[in-house]
Design a protein around this ligand. Structure first.
Ligand SMILES: CC(C)(COP(=O)(O)OP(=O)(O)OC[C@H]1O[C@@H](n2cnc3c(N)ncnc32)[C@H](O)[C@@H]1OP(=O)(O)O)[C@@H](O)C(=O)NCCC(=O)NCCS
Length: 370
């Protein structure tokens, strides 16, 4: 890669210059930037910004990488930074990183910059570009998908923080041979962000629901139908809720909270686990708070989620399991149109080390409106 300015789709990638100093300091001092780029100096001073502009970027270029300022093509104001580092020359591989200042977020700047830089690098010597995001960094994972990077998996404990902590990172890559455009997703976003029938509203689960989900998943009858049948601790629930948007983007599962539409109160949760994309089969599961049981809410939630799965996510068949003595759950499935298809002997681990039978239910699109 040479150092020439490149421009497309509303962003200019150019070299940093002295006039960027104040914006560079502001962008690198921003709490969100610091949260997800934990190795930036704290505080990020004028001297740090000056070093990056005059020396740091040159070092990255000399290593075979790239260190661009993202600028507004009309005003030339600094919007952020993007580059390629950790270059492995013999493997024609490098790692992309970026940030956008709070004054320019949420309008496609990072996605446009990553698309432009990746397109350039993959036609100028690189065969493979990697990108590492924290599982909780939803915006960055959306940038990855939007700029054509495919999710490859979790690198366990690959990230570290200056205080000695370690955390997992999601690995993404874009190859020179990948088709142009955004990477495909197995599970799309909900249209307008929610599903509702006027009585219940389903919303994607997030870290904000941790307390509610922890209380729900600690209920004895919810534990009894969980795998494994053990109450989770709060830290496990917090990690699960914070990671839910990322698992949705990964196409693994769609986890949602069931709200009472009128009051907005969380009443339960429902999840769709895309266990077999090859055959178009996904599994659903749900749980309701005791105070909200007996109102038909889970049946409504199952119907809403099933309609979305068949119409928007390209899923062809839904399955669900119920323990033989779980009459309430079996009734929910039957009312939503599921048919009982079999009894899976010794399918599930029981609380005392025994194995439990599981009743298998299935739903096809034509069953929904019977
Ligand atoms: C990640 C970051 C660069 C995104 O910059 P941006 O210019 O706002 O990104 P875009 O406008 O291209 O938006 C990307 C997507 O994220 C979504 N998004 C933005 N902020 C979001 C948020 N807080 N939560 C969920 N999604 C968000 C946008 O809606 C958009 O989605 P779409 O592509 O499906 O339409 C910016 O948030 C940032 O600087 N974060 C701190 C540093 C960082 O995380 N760097 C990456 C380390 S891996």
């Amino acid at each position: 890669m040479n150092r020439e300015t490149i421009e497309a789709a509303g962003v200019r990638l150019r070299l940093f210059r002295d006039a960027d100093l104040d914006d560079l300091m502001a962008g690198c001092s921003d709490p969100l930037t610091r949260r997800f780029l934990p190795h930036l100096p704290v505080p990020y001073t004028g001297a740090d910004a000056h070093w990056w502009i005059s020396e740091g970027t040159a070092t990255v270029w000399t290593r075979g990488g790239a260190a661009y300022a993202i600028a507004d093509p009309t005003t030339d104001r600094l919007l952020g930074g993007i580059g390629i580092d950790h270059v492995a020359p013999s493997r024609h591989q490098g790692e992309v990183g970026y940030w956008v200042g709070p004054w320019a977020r949420g309008r496609g700047v990072a996605t446009a910059a990553a698309t432009l830089l990746a397109g350039r690098a993959l036609t100028h010597g690189f065969a493979r570009l990697e990108l590492l995001t924290e599982p909780e960094n939803v915006a960055s994972q959306r940038v990855a998908l939007g700029s054509g990077f495919s999710r490859e998996g979790i690198r366990r404990s690959a990230g570290n923080t200056p205080d000695g902590g370690r955390h997992d990172l999601v690995a993404w890559a874009r190859l020179a041979t990948d088709p142009p455009g955004p990477a495909a997703r197995l599970l799309p976003d909900l249209p307008g962000g929610t599903l509702t029938d006027g009585v219940v509203t389903l919303r994607p689960l997030t870290a904000a629901h941790t307390g509610f989900v922890h209380r729900l998943q600690s209920l004895p009858d919810v534990v009894a139908s969980s795998v494994p049948p053990v109450a989770p601790n709060r830290a496990e629930v917090a990690a699960r809720c914070a990671g839910a948007p990322g698992r949705w983007l990964a196409g693994e599962r769609a986890d949602l909270v069931i709200l009472d539409t009128t009051s907005g109160t969380p009443t339960g949760e429902i999840g769709l686990y895309y266990q077999e994309p090859q055959t178009g089969q996904a599994m659903i599961g749900y749980a309701m708070s005791p105070a909200w049981r007996g109102r038909g809410y889970p049946t409504r939630a199952v119907r809403l989620l099933a309609r979305w799965a068949f119409a928007d996510a390209g899923i062809e068949r839904l399955i669900a399991g119920a323990l033989p003595d779980n009459a309430g759950s079996r009734r929910v499935l039957e009312k939503a149109g599921f048919r009982r298809e079999g009894e899976l002997r010794g399918r599930l681990p029981g609380p005392a080390g025994q194995r439990l039978d599981d009743l298998l239910y299935g739903l096809l699109p034509e069953d929904l409106d019977r």
